[in-house]
Design a protein. Structure first.
Length: 152
């Protein structure tokens, strides 16, 4: 699907605030409410818009400790990859898991309440996953930029 300028502006507006009504969007886009509704439905049907979520303030949700963990598997085989990915996908503390190139196999974004909670996560959850050869963790000192919006 090719996005036109109106689709792009609509997506930008929705990424900024998806709770806007179709009427509010229509006023900003100079379109009818029906036209906005149809465009949104088309973008959803095509899978460009996959879901709508509420973004939480980490500190107010008592999840202010953010860490990134590099993971190296014992062997980089299909069996180990599939098992690791299935198990890590079930860990609530893991916000993101990326299969990466370089010295490590995976990069995890982990969010918990504090250092003690991170230690518990490492000992009781992450280290119980078979086939992990080594880990390397880094802790966030200050979040300089955080966005969920994709520049379109």
């Amino acid at each position: 699907m090719t996005l036109d300028a109106i689709d792009r502006k609509l997506l930008k507006l929705l990424q900024a605030n998806s709770k806007q009504t179709n009427k509010e969007l229509s006023n900003q886009l100079n379109l009818s409410v029906t036209a906005v509704y149809e465009r949104i439905r088309k973008l959803e049907k095509e899978g460009i818009i996959s879901k709508y979520v509420a973004l939480l303030h980490k500190e107010k949700a008592d999840k202010s400790f953010l860490a990134f963990c590099h993971i190296k598997l014992v062997q980089h085989t299909q069996e180990y990859i599939i098992k690791f990915e299935k198990e890590v996908a079930n860990l609530a503390e893991v916000m993101e898991c990326h299969h990466i190139s370089g010295d490590y196999d995976y990069l995890l974004k982990v969010i918990v309440s504090d250092m003690e909670a991170f230690r518990e996560f490492m000992i009781n959850k992450l280290s119980t996953i078979n086939h992990i050869g080594s880990t390397h963790s880094m802790f966030v000192i200050n979040e300089v930029k955080h966005t969920t919006a994709i520049n379109i």
